[in-house]
Design a binder for this molecule. Structure first.
Ligand SMILES: [Zn+2]
Length: 214
């Protein structure tokens, strides 16, 4: 995995999968929101444990869910750009369309936030040579992840989840999705993950803006 990451970074440009610091930190990130059916419950859980996370938002989802967006913002979580509309066909439409997709997402998010987002996470985790060029141009790096839990493709059983939890290390970025239509099982697993991290003395914090650490 490590060798593969080095090779892909050489071709596709560097990205951020972890942030090492002197503190024992973990970064929980939630993609594809905001929405009515899962984001509020995730926010309630984060509030219950008094922790902060990072939400990579689809810009088009904000206006129909503006109250939820305001909750994310006002409750102190970090907000990142996850493109205008998450249409992954954009990767095949050339560099100008790709840049427009990222830039429009950023402009919309920044207009609601009042300042730039923390950075860009490519939908479906796709990195391409044109994306590398665009990221270089704006002096940033895509924000990826080290671990992918309970996401849209893989539904973990509790035992598989627990096995995966053991692999978490200091500074790792964890990818989750707040898009579960019936979120009860997901929320129970998320709470287990949070409890595990707290018990093992991790501080669960939000990501800083990418410009700070590029
Ligand atoms: Zn996504």
């Amino acid at each position: 995995m490590f060798i593969l990451n080095i090779l892909s970074d050489k071709i596709l440009g560097e990205c951020i999968r972890e942030i090492k610091s002197s503190q024992k930190s973990i970064y929980l990130t939630f993609d594809d929101g905001p929405n009515q059916f899962c984001t509020p419950q995730v926010l309630d859980l984060l509030k219950k444990y008094n922790i902060h996370a990072s939400f990579f938002l689809i810009a088009e989802n904000i206006l129909p869910n503006i109250e939820i967006f305001n909750r994310i913002k006002n409750e102190g979580h970090a907000i990142g750009n996850h493109s205008l509309d998450h249409n992954t066909l954009t990767y095949f439409k050339g560099e100008i369309a790709l840049e427009h997709w990222i830039d429009c997402g950023e402009k919309i998010i920044a207009s609601y936030l009042g300042h730039p987002s923390i950075g860009f996470r490519p939908p479906a985790g796709v990195r391409t040579p044109p994306l590398k060029k665009i990221m270089n141009k704006i002096n940033s790096k895509p924000i990826m992840w080290k671990h992918r839990f309970y996401d849209t493709y893989i539904i973990f059983t509790d035992s598989a989840w627990k096995k995966k939890i053991q692999k978490i290390k200091d500074g790792d970025i964890v990818l989750l999705h707040d898009t579960h239509k019936t979120p009860e099982k997901f929320l129970a697993s998320l709470e287990n993950l949070i409890k595990y991290l707290i018990k093992n003395k991790y501080q669960i914090i939000k990501l800083p803006a990418t410009k700070i650490f590029t």
